[in-house]
Design a protein around this ligand. Structure first.
Ligand code: SDX
Length: 428
């Protein structure tokens, strides 16, 4: 492979270095473009062809449906690791030893208290508030109670901020649910595992002892692993660009939560279930909805289908589809929307519109069916995505800051009015 790319503009040639990653991805390094060409830049709405950084955290191959965290395949991690182990891997770059993992968990548990005054902020929200809005607000508010987590210039300050957000985010997520459900805000139990403790904080009823359901804990642990990181997706790019101004990690993650909320991104898991329910209510006529999805004049899209990077199966969707059958079977639940989902998938995979556009089920297509089977309400589906993505956001933010990346500030091509003189209001 040549090491340079040549660009010709008005008969003049410019050379730019080609960089190649460890998985043979090639990019044109255009850092000098504007300077050497006297102002020429590039434009790429949605950054479909533009890399924002070099990263060593997650590798995706959309054509082959490959997803790896720090070199380990998602299939192996989902099968053999637990979520806190994968969080450590994403954030610190290596699978932890038993001692490292235990210390990480001990340090997290030591920080799991959330200042009681945060509850006063939560009280200000109506019960009807969407948990994603509550979660992004409370995550931002954490800065007021943890000011040392803003300027994390030393390795120790960075570590302390990381264990703080890993500790407090599950509490805030459970509180957002319990506020909406009218339940007292509960703390966990330090004797439990990270995910088991979260499930207890979510579902413990005030008047009865909590009985852990291992099927639910194991299924959620696997789902959180599958959502752990996904390179430069919309919400992660948001976390990185906010952090690039040297804003703190909590507010950068709060910005990521808001980006994830959108139905084209993490909000799709809620939109999928709402779509499947609508199809069921409408008589389960999947062909009618497939036609709507293909109709350019109809804003309806097949939620949970398609992906910016995966032009083959989303490997996470494959794993979640199998898990959906296992979890519903273990819990003795027969959910008709699972059959509707499978029917839609089968039809789409045989339909030229979807096949030609390489539209396959993505991570959000089946995940909501499992969340619902666990008793998680639909408005809490995207907060579950955020809980899983937290270590990825942390890892990407940490990498951006340690690599001292410049502040993110894209250019544009101006297409507005050229210079014109002010006109007094009497003459307009
Ligand atoms: C996530 O980036 C990540 O990694 C994200 C994520 C992560 O882990 O962080 O994987 C999580 O966000 C998964 C995606 C969840 N969103 C949805 O399920 C919403 C439905 N999907 C689409 O809105 C869409 O597929 C996107 C947003 C996911 C991707 O959009 P792109 O890459 O901008 O593709 P596009 O909109 O340009 O679509 C290309 C064509 C268009 O048709 P044409 O103009 O070529 O005729 O495919 C069509 C689109 O209309 N199309 C769909 C469709 N998705 C794309 N048509 C019907 N239904 C769909 N779902």
């Amino acid at each position: 492979m040549s090491k340079i790319a040549t660009l010709e503009i008005d008969g003049k040639k410019y050379e730019f270095p080609l960089i190649e990653g460890t998985e043979n991805e090639v990019a044109i390094d255009i850092k000098t473009l504007r300077g050497v060409t006297g102002g020429v830049t590039t434009i790429d709405p949605g950054y479909k062809n533009t890399g924002s950084c070099e990263s060593a955290i997650t590798f995706l191959n959309g054509e082959e449906g490959i997803l790896r965290y720090r070199g380990y395949s998602i299939e192996e991690l989902a099968e053999k690791a637990d979520f806190l182990e994968v969080a450590y891997l994403l954030i610190f770059g290596e699978l932890p030893t038993k001692e490292q993992l235990e210390k990480f968990h001990v340090d997290i548990k030591a920080q799991s208290h959330v200042d009681e005054d945060v509850k006063k902020i939560l009280d200000g929200f109506p019960k009807s508030a969407h948990p994603m809005g509550v979660l992004s607000s409370l995550t931002s508010a954490l800065v007021a109670f943890n000011p040392s987590s803003v300027n994390v210039d030393s390795e120790e300050e960075m570590y302390n901020a990381i264990v703080r957000i890993m500790a407090k985010f599950p509490v805030l997520t459970a509180w957002a649910y319990r506020k909406r459900a009218g339940l007292p805000l509960d703390y966990g139990d330090d004797s439990l595992g990270y995910v088991e403790n979260f499930v207890k904080m979510m579902f413990k009823k005030p008047s009865s002892d909590y009985q852990s359901n291992q099927v639910v804990v194991d299924a959620l642990d696997k789902l959180l692993i599958l959502h752990g990181d996904h390179e430069q997706n919309c919400s992660t790019s948001t976390v990185r660009i906010v952090g690039s101004s040297h804003a703190g990690i909590f507010v950068s993650i709060s910005a990521g939560i808001n980006a994830l909320w959108g139905p084209l991104h993490g909000g799709a898991n809620q939109a999928v279930i709402e779509m499947l329910e609508a199809i069921k209510e409408d008589g389960s006529d999947t062909k009618k909805f497939m036609s709507k999805a293909k109709d350019k004049d109809d804003p309806f899209r097949l939620m949970g289908f398609g992906h910016r990077v995966y032009k083959n199966f989303d490997p996470r969707a494959k794993i979640i589809k199998v898990a959906a059958d296992e979890v519903l079977d273990s819990l003795g639940i027969d959910d008709p929307v699972l059959d509707i989902a499978k029917g839609l998938e089968k039809e789409a995979l045989e339909d030229p519109y979807f096949v030609d556009r390489k539209l396959y089920p993505n991570v959000d297509f089946y995940s909501g069916i499992i969340y619902r089977a666990m008793g998680i309400p639909v408005e809490m589906f995207t907060p579950m995505f955020a809980l899983g993505r937290l270590p990825g956001w942390i890892a990407q933010w940490k990498e951006m800051r340690l690599r001292k990346e410049p502040i993110g500030r894209p250019r544009q091509v101006y297409v507005g009015e050229t210079l014109r003189e002010f006109k007094d209001i009497s003459k307009r």
